[in-house]
Design a protein around this ligand. Structure first.
Ligand code: KG4
Ligand code: ZN
Length: 344
């Protein structure tokens, strides 16, 4: 097995949920190619992701996707210096496909294999291309996770607060489903909210008491359910729907902003990064820009295509670990419950 030579391109494969993604980056962070094959349509008719359906689709998609990624990067497999894959957290049958494929690649080419943490991929995504990851507070808001983390450096993470029930993206998706909007609903709510009045309806904000850095969104979902039962005609009018979307978005974003501000103030740091699918939300992006400008904090936002699941962020995380001399044994299991802060 060759050692990673610090210059060769790295291939990363991401298959933790319903997106098969492959990306090739040249260190420290030049994206040579980054492709995503979404299965969202396949799952839309079930109203959520079905693990076995995801697994079968990853199996169909992964090899052609990697070949296309190599083509569009203009390199051949033998030019690669390492291959990495998301090993957790995520759906076990989905993770197995990407990890097994990457191990096969590593074995065939005699290059290092590296197991990656999906959350770490999101956490580092706002810094893609940078050689150093600065000490900062990170808000990670995706479909599966919502957490505030103190990032000291690559591999040194302290979770300060996390959701006790639904993730922010999950809350958006579940509320959207109640309104009859298509999956994934976060994007739809964000789009429809543009025409709405965010102050029209008040929805609950949980765990706002002093010092609390955890989140809870299940009360909001229940409250929207009762509201729709009482006002069934509302979601049928376009203005009613827009006002509802704007009000729900406002309630979720207000909590995210408040807790992020609290975490930064408590830490004494002045640098904030935001990642995950919900980091594409227009109200959240705008709110963070306003907050950070008012407080004089540095804000790191990933470009919109790096917010939702992708493999470029995973390859970037891989490069940072490979530079530290890390690799994983081919016998390593996947880790569907892997949290940030410790290696499996
Ligand atoms: O990071 P991601 O692609 O997958 C996970 O790792 O979970 O995040 C997907 C989530 C979905 O819940 C989706 O509804 C949400 O991100 N999302 C948004 C927006 N774009 C994606 N939520 C609110 N506003 C958006 N613009
Ligand atoms: Zn994700």
């Amino acid at each position: 097995m060759r050692h990673f030579d610090m210059q060769s391109p790295v291939l990363a494969i991401e298959s933790s949920c319903d997106e098969t993604a492959a990306a090739i980056l040249r260190p420290p962070g030049q994206i040579l190619s980054s492709l995503v094959a979404s299965q969202a349509e396949e799952h839309a008719r079930f109203g959520g992701v079905v693990p076995e359906v995801a697994s079968r689709n990853h199996l169909l998609a992964v090899d052609p996707l990697v070949r296309r990624a190599l083509d569009s990067a203009g390199i051949s497999a033998s030019d690669l210096g390492a291959v990495a894959a998301t090993s957790g957290p995520g759906l076990a049958p989905a993770l197995l496909v990407g990890a097994s494929y990457a191990k096969g690649f590593s074995l065939a080419l005699g290059i290092p294999y590296l197991a990656l943490n999906h959350l770490e991929g999101h956490l580092l995504s706002p810094f893609l291309g940078e050689e150093e990851i600065p000490h900062h507070i990170a808000l990670l808001v995706s479909g599966g996770h919502t957490q505030l983390t103190e990032v000291r450096k690559v591999g040194s993470y302290e979770v300060l607060g996390r959701t006790l029930d639904d993730a922010a993206g999950e809350a958006f998706d579940k509320v959207a489903k109640l309104m009859g909007l298509p999956y994934p609903g976060g994007v739809e709510i964000d789009r429809l909210a543009i025409q709405g009045d965010s102050k029209k309806y008040e929805f609950p904000r949980a765990l706002m008491e002093r010092g609390n850095l955890d989140f809870s969104f299940s009360g909001l979902k229940t409250s929207v359910r009762y509201f729709l039962e009482k006002n069934p005609e509302l979601a049928k009018s376009s203005q009613g729907l827009a006002d509802l979307c704007a009000s729900v978005r406002h309630a979720i974003v207000a909590v995210l902003l408040k807790k992020t501000a609290r975490a930064v103030e408590t830490s004494g740091l002045s640098r904030v990064a935001v990642s995950g699918g919900v980091a594409a939300n227009q109200a959240l992006r705008f709110g963070l820009q306003e907050l950070c400008a008012a407080k004089g904090w540095n804000l790191h936002l990933p470009s919109p295509e790096l917010t939702t699941d992708n493999a470029a962020m995973m390859a970037f995380a891989a490069i940072h670990h490979l530079r530290l001399g890390k690799s994983s044994p081919l016998g390593l299991e996947i880790s569907p419950q892997w949290r940030v802060g410790n290696r499996p």
